[in-house]
Design a protein around this ligand. Structure first.
Ligand code: GTR
Length: 321
């Protein structure tokens, strides 16, 4: 009944059972995003009397986020958990929550995405044949590298820093004086180890679980981005569901968010501890000059009135917190 039979011949893809949705994630099986979608699958199983469930393919085994997004768009995958960054070039409404320094804190990010702002962004995916179901936390991203601590933008000059495939990230890193190198997430460890790049930027759990910290021994706490994760469903799969099942899917996704946040907060703490215990040098950063340098980047990427409206509302909401 679901997208069964869309047979793409994906390597490693098990035969699709009726009622068992497929989902892709770039992270390993114990990562909070994977665990959250599996939890959602268990909710669906309970609520549908065993009729519906989700099989998550973790560890980028079905491809990097750009590839799996494309597969999801034409129905070869039912669900996809990705970051908003690879969607920046697809949907302009993903730009505001991806802007450097737009969120003051995790609470600010959660408040924005739990309300109307989040709903409007999720809605914007429909025109791309994707159903936006919910946002998950991705914490704050920091720069890390193999060379030395970053205290000021000057310290970034000439560093080759990996960014996800997003023009916004590229512009951000280049504006700070480093050389941005777009690259899929699963290639970063090797590129760091081989010296192809000097560093990257990510949250504590990704820095830890992808083992980047084993090579990049300096992390500078710039907290420059809190770009969230998103759970998307293929519209092809969605359209095959009854209205009642669509509602059940939406609700199960929503109900997985508080669970994810608990897992997330615990994972941030444990990843941070593992990294610091391994001797990685972490330094605090006065982010004022970094944020200043992002003004032209905001102007360049906030193009439409809708984008500017969302960005303004996010900033305003931050002032009330
Ligand atoms: C992580 C995110 C992944 C991926 C990765 C990246 O924080 O959870 O989905 O986008 O960053 O930088 O490519």
């Amino acid at each position: 009944m679901l997208a069964a039979g869309t047979g793409l011949g994906l390597a490693g893809c098990q035969p699709r059972l009726s009622g068992l949705f497929t989902s892709a994630d770039t992270h390993p099986g114990d990562y909070p995003t994977v665990q959250a979608v599996e939890y959602m699958g268990r909710l669906l199983e309970q609520r549908s009397g065993g009729r519906l469930g989700i099989h998550v393919y973790p560890g980028a085994q079905l491809g990097n986020e750009r590839d799996t997004l494309e597969i999801t768009t034409f129905g070869g995958l039912d669900f996809n958990r990705t970051n908003l960054a690879p969607l920046n070039s697809v949907e302009p409404m993903t730009i505001p929550p991806s802007l450097p320094f737009i969120f003051k804190s995790v609470d600010h990010m959660r408040a924005a995405l739990d309300g109307d702002i989040g709903e409007e962004i999720l809605e914007s995916f429909t025109q791309h044949d994707l159903i936006g179901l919910c946002f998950y936390d991705s914490g704050a991203r920091n720069f890390y590298n193999t060379r030395g601590p970053i205290f000021t933008p000057d310290d970034m000059k000439g560093l080759k820093l990996r960014v996800p495939s997003s023009d916004l990230y590229l512009a951000m890193v280049n504006a700070l004086g480093a050389n941005a190198v777009p690259m899929p997430f699963d290639e970063v460890y090797q590129s760091l180890a081989q010296g192809v790049i000097d560093g990257a930027e990510n949250n504590w759990p990704s820095f830890e679980s992808a083992r980047h910290y084993e090579v990049a021994r300096f992390i500078s706490l710039t907290n420059h981005l809190l770009t969230p994760e998103v759970l998307l469903m293929s519209k092809v799969s969605w359209d095959k569901l009854s209205a009642a099942d669509q509602q059940m899917v939406r609700q199960a996704a929503r109900d997985s968010v508080p669970h994810m946040r608990k897992l997330w907060d615990a994972r941030v703490a444990s990843s941070r501890e593992t990294i610091l215990a391994s001797g990685v040098e972490a330094n605090e950063v006065d982010t004022t000059p970094f944020a200043e340098m992002m003004k032209p980047v905001w102007d360049e990427f906030l193009v439409t009135p809708q984008q500017r409206d969302i960005a303004q509302r996010i900033v305003k909401l931050g002032e009330t917190l």
